[in-house]
Ligand binder design. Structure first.
Ligand SMILES: Cc1cc2nc3c(=O)[nH]c(=O)nc-3n(C[C@H](O)[C@H](O)[C@H](O)COP(=O)(O)O)c2cc1C
Length: 396
């Protein structure tokens, strides 16, 4: 069997506290500090603890050259090599663990920079319920969340005395000002009325549609959208959970930005779809009720094809997603609709729902839009009463 090291691995000495009954019996707290070597290898879903012998072997096996396992065993303990194969940090050739090899290959093919790959892989959530976590926090402590945090840093950084500032002219009041003033993250959606097909289509086109597809160089096509994108590559995709839109069956779709069309993935009963939306949205029920919920994914392979192992590439893909979500807010607001964006998402469940290989194409955020509800049951930040009149304050 031939083996090589996985493409990327970083090793962190991490401290944890262990409970030891013997220490308690001798009059101590029962707590003991343990420092372990943790391998962070972004082709794996989970971190793994290493022995010092395993760390040493990882430090001498090439991630590029295939070597004979039997030859390696002449200079390194066989049980250490076997343990590293079991932990998927050594990758075997065609005769070994096919899952580990495929996951490692996906990372290599995408040209990830190691640090970014680790940040992406290990910041993904699976089955996190943020609302439940908040409720548990409330039960576990008598402090409010804000008390626990202490004083907030000042809201605006000031470098000089007010007298030294150079005042700027007023912006006037254009249609853009009026639109921006009405942009309020919507957490209250109308549940009984469908969004019209026309409004759905218009918002999708303005936020995500391509206004041109240009052959920039032979075989290299760039998209022109309303939002900027690093290198004009537009690697961010929109996967849509259509819940209540006229003439569209509830289900999962992919939006094709050049054809301005939905690609059906799976139809789903409405209640199942809302349950899936809620799980994907980290348990946030108010967003799960939007007529349209969208997972924004970064197709890393497309951006990293150009920006290989590049220090800014991952950041650029995330920025692209932010630009698209802001246009969605504006497009929805102009149509008199509400919109939201959230980073509190369960990436793993989104990947599973849409069948995505996480390191080739992974969720970055979710957004959505729909008809605003008439009741304000959930909190919205509308201090200027642009959406909600003063006599409809936030619920307490
Ligand atoms: C990156 C990002 C992540 C956000 N995540 C959440 C979230 O998890 N839950 C939520 O209710 N709102 C979320 N929001 C919305 C913000 O709470 C909202 O923008 C903020 O309260 C200000 O309100 P406004 O958008 O109406 O001005 C997020 C916004 C951004 C830009």
């Amino acid at each position: 069997m031939q083996v090589r090291r996985c493409a990327h691995v970083m090793i962190e000495p991490r401290e944890r506290l262990d409970f030891d009954l013997a220490l308690l019996a001798t009059g101590g707290t029962g707590l003991r500090s343990v420092i372990e070597w943790i391998a962070l290898a972004p082709h794996r879903d989970t971190e793994v603890v290493l022995s010092l012998d395993e760390v040493a072997v990882l430090g001498v096996v090439s991630p590029e050259q295939w070597l004979s396992l039997d030859e390696l065993a002449q200079s390194h303990p066989r049980e250490v090599l076997d343990a590293l194969l079991e932990k998927q940090l050594l990758i075997a050739d065609a005769t070994g663990d096919t899952g580990a090899r495929a996951a490692d290959k996906a990372l290599r093919d995408a040209h990830w920079r190691g640090l970014d790959a680790i940040a992406h892989r290990y910041s993904r959530w699976r089955g996190v319920d943020t609302v439940e976590a908040q409720r548990r926090f409330g039960e576990e402590t008598d402090q409010t969340f804000l008390q626990r945090l202490g004083d907030a840093p000042v809201q605006v950084r000031e470098w000089v005395d007010p007298a030294q500032r150079q005042a700027l002219s007023a912006a006037g009041s254009s249609a853009l000002d009026a639109l921006l003033a009405r942009r309020v993250t919507c957490r209250n959606y109308e549940l009984t009325q469908n969004l019209s097909f026309a409004d759905f289509s218009t918002a999708m086109y303005r936020a995500f549609g391509a206004r041109a597809v240009d052959e920039y160089a032979p075989g290299i096509f760039l998209l022109k959208k309303g939002a900027p994108s690093a290198g004009g590559l537009h690697p961010v995709e929109a996967y849509v959970l259509v819940q209540r839109v006229d003439s569209i069956a509830p289900g999962l779709y992919h939006y094709h930005p050049a054809a301005h069309a939905l690609e059906p993935i799976r139809e789903m009963p409405a209640d199942e779809l809302t349950a899936l939306a809620k799980v994907c949205l980290g348990g946030q029920p108010y967003f799960a009720q939007a007529h349209v919920v969208i997972a924004l994914t970064g197709r890393f392979v497309r951006n990293f094809w150009k920006y290989r192992n590049h220090a800014k590439a991952y950041r650029a893909v995330i920025l692209d997603a932010g630009h698209l979500s802001q246009i969605l807010y504006l497009a929805a607001t102009e149509l008199g609709l509400g919109a939201f964006v959230t980073a509190g998402v369960n990436e793993v469940q989104i990947e599973q729902a849409f069948g995505l290989e996480p390191m080739a194409e992974g969720p970055l955020a979710m957004c959505g839009f729909g008809i605003r509800g008439v009741e304000r049951n959930e909190v919205e930040f509308d201090p200027n009463h642009a959406v909600w009149p003063a006599d409809k304050p936030n619920p307490v």
